[in-house]
Design a protein around this ligand. Structure first.
Ligand SMILES: [Fe+2]
Length: 368
């Protein structure tokens, strides 16, 4: 059995039915604009401009030709082709939300050297990062450029006001609570920066025997639970922007405003931004302020229940890459005078998706 294709809506659409029963109606204008032969086969860039769509192309005839749909349009009397698998509309790997660590705590870290040398290991690591929001590597030793070398496999280091690569350790004159021995509640980094860095890397150089455990929590999983169980609180956090501010000792003052939950037009969560140290809420009427704090604390409490956290004492030589839009991180207090020393940097998540696309393509070609 092959796919069935019939014209619908007076040629304004085509109705497709696959042998497994999947049905899809596709608009003629979309087909004309997105057909495989309307776009460059490598870059996917289309050659025609949007004005070519004036007059709303209609389909005169459709035909299934092997793995493709063939459509003849009027105007302008052109024939175009598109692969049927594209029309099924099945996307890439879906997110694995983890309200509790469960399986996420399970897999052993991937070897750092394999990640650097072997594309299959790189693909495994980046795919874990894309699905679960974080991945651990081990065996980087005391290489002070390890985080930079990790990023070079998929993109570029994002330099910020903390430098290209930063140190997390107790400092005599700390410019941020991260550089003291204090415990840190769960947070995302740099919500006062626009754009906010999307990935963070931390590499354990020196660890001590007690304290300083790192905590990770899946913000998307708990935001979805909030949406189900306390929808009013979710709506407030998704729609009311709040300001975050950080002033550096140089006098530079970073400030940006967004809702705690960044939700797209279809309701999907794009990012969580939460950092109580740098929250800079505008003065408002007491009732509105109390309502906002009620929603904020409802979310904050959920994130901080002990069962939600993946808690790890990083071993020297371990590197963690995590999605700063999704995963909140924190740490237990350090012992007094602790030598704990991490190297960190930021990077951009679009390089992960771009590299996975390249590696997936290579893997597909190998399997044929
Ligand atoms: Fe942080």
């Amino acid at each position: 059995m092959t796919v069935r294709a019939d014209l619908a809506g007076d040629g304004r659409a085509v109705c497709l039915v696959w042998p497994d029963g999947l049905r899809r109606e596709v608009g003629a204008i979309w087909l004309f604009d997105h057909a495989d032969d309307a776009r460059d086969p490598v870059s996917g860039q289309r050659g025609h401009g949007a004005l070519a769509l004036d007059g709303l192309p209609r389909i005169d005839a459709v035909e299934i030709d092997g793995p493709e749909l063939k459509a003849r349009f009027s105007p302008p009397g052109l024939e175009r082709r598109i692969r049927l698998d594209r029309l099924r509309g099945e996307g890439g790997p879906s997110l694995e939300l983890w309200p509790e660590p469960g399986d996420v705590a399970g897999p052993p870290p991937l070897p750092f050297q394999d990640y650097l040398d072997d594309d299959a290991a790189l693909r495994a690591a980046l795919s874990q990062l894309a699905r679960r929001g974080l991945v651990f590597l081990e065996g980087a030793g005391g290489d002070l450029e390890a985080v930079e070398r990790v990023v070079q496999r998929f993109g570029f280091v994002r330099e910020t006001n903390y430098g290209r690569i930063f140190d997390v350790r107790i400092e005599p004159a700390p410019g941020n609570l991260a550089f003291t021995g204090r415990g840190l509640e769960l947070h995302t980094d740099n919500p006062y920066r626009d754009p906010t860095p999307t990935l963070q890397l931390l590499h354990a150089i020196v660890m001590d025997d007690g304290g300083g455990e790192t905590l990770f929590v899946d913000g998307f999983a708990h935001a979805e639970a909030l949406r189900r169980e306390v929808p009013d609180a979710f709506d407030i956090l998704a729609h009311e922007p709040v300001r975050f501010t950080y002033a550096a000792s140089s006098g530079a003052r970073w400030s940006a405003q967004w809702p705690i939950l960044d939700v797209d037009a279809k309701g999907a969560i794009r990012a969580v931004r939460l950092n109580h140290r740098s929250l800079d809420l505008a003065l408002a009427e007491a009732e509105a302020t109390e309502r906002w704090y009620g929603a904020y604390l409802a979310f904050y409490r959920r994130l901080h229940v002990p069962e939600a956290a993946l808690e790890r004492r990083l071993k020297p030589g371990e590197v963690v890459i995590f999605d700063n839009r999704r995963i909140l991180h924190g740490r237990r207090a350090l012992t007094s005078g602790s030598p704990r020393w991490l190297k960190g940097c930021y990077a951009d998540s679009d390089g992960v998706a771009a590299t996975l696309a390249r590696l997936d393509r290579g893997a597909d070609q190998e399997s044929f």
